[in-house]
Design a protein around this ligand. Structure first.
Ligand code: URA
Length: 447
């Protein structure tokens, strides 16, 4: 089969059959398809789209391009569950959800990624912990899962290798934004991880890849439908990313915020609410709670008793991180710190969330090229939410930078990401935290 004929067919708007898609995926793995041919087909898919059958074929072929994990004989004590987010700013839900669901009886082998564009990556946050190993040998991974119930790690090179190659090509050829390609990319890794249940957190808003509701809805529908066809029960929640999630953005700062929430020291309400919403959906899906209400009770007990915090501590210890992460996480601190002052009194009406994410990247907390090293200490803390009242000069956030010049630049850049309106104007409207659930979760409490 000739690659150029497959590319031509998609370029001209025709559907590809399963054999053509399988040939493309095999060619990605064995090198028969060159980078330029793969990029040309990816661009044709971005421009012409793929129907549901093509998306399902692509997902299936990418899933089976490498090892498909099977946990049946691995002595796991509960259902194999996971959560995946399409990416946002300050989104540290995974760091809290994995141990929380583990403490409620689930087993969470969470395959996570690095930061992408303006969004942070869970692996980068965990690697702010000295010694934390993101690519453990398979036997060690199984042992940590047995002992802690959760392990947040990077994708092993044998897991969906076709996605690994295609993703790197898409990243540098403006071909990320395709519902079919994103669906196959995410689900191939999740199905290959041997999951029994998945909840997708599809972000919407100015800090998300899907800025508007219709495109987020299309992506969520595609993910739920294709996953169901592949035998992976999946639900999706469309959630707000029109402001950072929680008080912090930046790797070490986010890691500490997650530890503080799990240990009951400090808790930003929106972060707790979203984590519990997604965790409750997973518990119901995994048969660990009959209703959302009962799932919520179980989650609260796991937080109050310290069981969830203990699962995090066991996972971090098992993967080589600090032995007592709850008391001494050994996280680095940035040497230059300062507050972003509100230019006038009023109410925070809007936040340019993407700009804040890019600011963290520019401070050194993310990458502009794949191999860049990152500075885990930099970022933002004490972030104020939409609707907060501020006096002139009051802090909107605190900047953590590597040196004085970076701090001075970031203080100005961060201030211009906040829009402040006079108190007399009608109260600003932020997106609801949970916008929509697919399929509709009839047992969820109405908020
Ligand atoms: N995350 C992925 O893993 N793949 C995509 O294509 C987009 C986000």
């Amino acid at each position: 089969m000739l690659a150029q004929e497959t590319i031509r067919r998609k370029r001209d708007g025709h559907a590809l059959d399963a054999a053509q898609i399988a040939d493309f995926v095999a060619g990605l793995v064995d090198g028969r398809w060159s980078d330029s041919q793969a990029a040309a087909l990816a661009m044709a898919i971005v421009c012409r789209g793929m129907d549901a059958a093509e998306t399902a074929s692509l997902t299936r072929a990418m899933t089976h391009s490498g090892t498909v994990l099977d946990w049946r004989d691995a002595g796991m004590r509960g259902p194999i569950l996971d959560k995946h987010s399409t990416g946002g700013v300050g989104d540290k839900v995974s760091l809290i959800l994995a141990p929380l669901v583990a403490a409620c009886g689930g087993v969470v082998p969470m395959v996570s990624g690095r930061g992408l564009g303006h969004t942070g990556g869970t692996l980068d946050k965990l690697q702010a912990l000295p010694g934390y190993e993101v690519t453990p040998a398979p036997e060690r991974l199984r042992q940590v899962l047995r002992e802690a119930g959760c392990a947040i790690v990077g994708a092993h090179e044998t897991l969906a290798p076709a996605d690994r190659r295609l993703y790197a090509i898409r990243d540098v050829t403006a071909t990320v934004e395709s519902v079919a390609l994103i669906t196959a990319s995410i689900l191939s890794k999740k199905i290959a991880a041997g999951l029994q249940g998945l909840v997708m957190d599809v972000k919407v808003g100015n800090g998300a890849f899907a800025a508007d509701l219709p495109s987020a809805r299309a992506l969520a529908t595609s993910l739920v439908t294709v996953a169901a066809q592949a035998g992976l029960p999946t639900v999706a929640s469309l959630t707000a990313m029109d402001q950072p999630l929680g008080w912090t953005a930046g790797n070490a700062l986010e890691m500490q915020e997650a530890i503080d929430l799990l240990s009951g020291r400090a808790c930003e309400p929106r972060l707790l609410e979203l984590t519990c919403h997604l965790s409750a959906r997973l518990l119901v899906q995994g048969g660990l709670a009959p209703t959302s209400m009962q799932a919520r009770d179980r989650l609260q007990r796991a937080l109050d008793s310290g069981a969830a915090a203990e699962c995090l501590a066991r996972m971090v210890r098992g993967l080589g991180g600090p032995p007592d992460v709850l008391r001494d996480a050994r996280l680095p601190r940035a040497p230059a710190q300062g507050d972003v002052a509100a230019p006038c009194a009023g109410m925070i009406a809007a936040i340019d969330t993407r700009a804040l994410g890019l600011l963290v990247v520019e401070l050194g907390g993310g990458r502009s090229r794949p191999g860049d090293t990152i500075d885990p200490a930099v970022g933002l803390s004490a972030l104020r939410p939409i609707g907060a009242r501020v006096d002139a000069g009051e802090p909107l956030a605190r900047v953590h930078a590597a040196d004085g010049p970076a701090l001075a630049w970031a203080l100005g850049a961060a201030a211009s990401a906040f829009t402040i309106q006079p108190l007399e104007q009608p109260a600003p409207v932020a997106l609801p935290l949970v916008i929509e659930c697919l399929p509709v979760d009839l047992q969820a409490p109405v908020r």
